[in-house]
Write a protein of this length. Structure first.
Ligand code: ZN
Length: 342
């Protein structure tokens, strides 16, 4: 068992915040509520109440006109969409956005005293500088990473989710931060980005790694993809920013991958091992999750971080050709590493 405390950012308002499409809004809210109920099972938790961010903080990544738009729709009396039909806006949402962003800043503040922090409602990795996308009105992770970079910290991102973190990748594409993205991919599945050849530019050259798993991949492929964490070790970051999105579970309503809680437990175990070896700090997020197992997957990730080896499901296996594809992708990226990308 590892001895360190895990700070969990929590505000009762989280029970009522969802930026998801109305059809899955209830599932999103249930997920957060159930997570909090199950949190007592995780050892050495300390609850931290977040402070709201200031609106100017948003401008570090987003445009002035987009900030104005967020404030404007928040003042409207009706519910609508911020984008083509995924991300909702509702009366008073701007204050919720500031609370979500403030959770990241509060987390970073507490990492001066703690080794690891988890933000259940966070990891909005689709949002772009001038628009919302995929249930994500602002990019809280990019804003957090920019803060750490400004403090001169060496940062690595491990972005695990059923969907590629297109916004996070785009915003940090030219920044000196390592990005390892593990997600479901067939070239068409939302958001459609995440090609192997997207390796970063400028100061971010060779620092972006996209491990697209074939749709319907099981725990074995995911486990293989986690070998990418050896590259993270080599990069030697001071901060590990981890999105542990749980929508890759086999029972998720936005079904794409065929993972079980084992994958999230293993992710937590591997991140904790890495943290100890690097003596790094961990800022982690709940990411996406829209199914009956979402809360348990989140808790499984925390079990991994806190040294509880509790397995609730039988591991799943991928088709032979799919695990071969994953192995080829990982081997290619390892071969290219930090220097051999075009
Ligand atoms: Zn997702």
């Amino acid at each position: 068992m590892s001895g360190e405390l895990l700070g969990v950012i929590w505000d009762e308002r989280f029970n009522k915040i969802s930026f998801s499409h109305p059809m899955i809004r209830d599932i999103s809210l249930q997920r957060i509520k159930k997570f909090k109920e199950m949190l007592d099972n995780v050892p050495r938790i300390i609850i931290i109440k977040p402070e709201e961010a200031n609106e100017d903080d948003i401008l570090e990544v987003h445009t002035v006109s987009y900030l104005e738009k967020l404030k404007e729709v928040s003042n409207e009396e009706f519910i609508g969409f911020l984008d083509g039909g995924d991300t909702v806006h509702y009366p008073g949402m701007f204050s919720d956005i500031l609370l979500v962003l403030g959770s990241t800043f509060t987390g970073i503040k507490y990492l001066k005293f703690l080794e690891k922090v988890y933000i259940p409602l966070g990891g909005f990795h689709h949002s772009l500088p001038d628009r919302a996308m995929g249930f994500c009105p602002i990019n809280d992770v990019a804003l957090g990473v920019k803060t750490l970079l400004k403090e001169g910290k060496r940062v690595a991102i491990i972005d695990v989710d059923a969907h590629h973190g297109n916004g996070l990748q785009e915003i940090l594409y030219r920044d000196p931060v390592l990005k390892v993205n593990i997600f479901g991919y067939d070239g068409k599945f939302f958001p459609g980005t995440g090609r192997l050849e997207e390796r970063g530019e400028g100061k971010g050259r060779c620092l972006n790694f996209n491990v697209g798993l074939p749709l319907d991949s099981g725990d074995d492929s995911f486990e293989y993809a986690l070998r990418m964490l050896d590259l993270v070790y080599e990069y030697s970051p001071e901060y590990l920013v981890v999105i542990a999105g749980v929508d890759g579970h086999r029972n998720d309503n936005l079904k794409s991958l065929n993972l079980t809680t084992n994958s999230y437990l293993n992710l937590g175990i591997r991140v904790e091992r890495l943290r100890k070896r690097l003596n790094a700090k961990v800022l982690s997020y709940g990411g996406g999750g829209y199914g009956p197992y979402s809360s348990l997957c989140m808790i499984s990730f925390l079990y991994g971080l806190q040294g509880v080896n509790k397995r609730d499901e039988k591991p799943t296996q991928s088709k032979n050709e799919d695990i071969k594809k994953t192995k080829d992708v990982v081997k290619t990226l390892f071969f290219e590493g930090f220097t051999h990308c075009l």
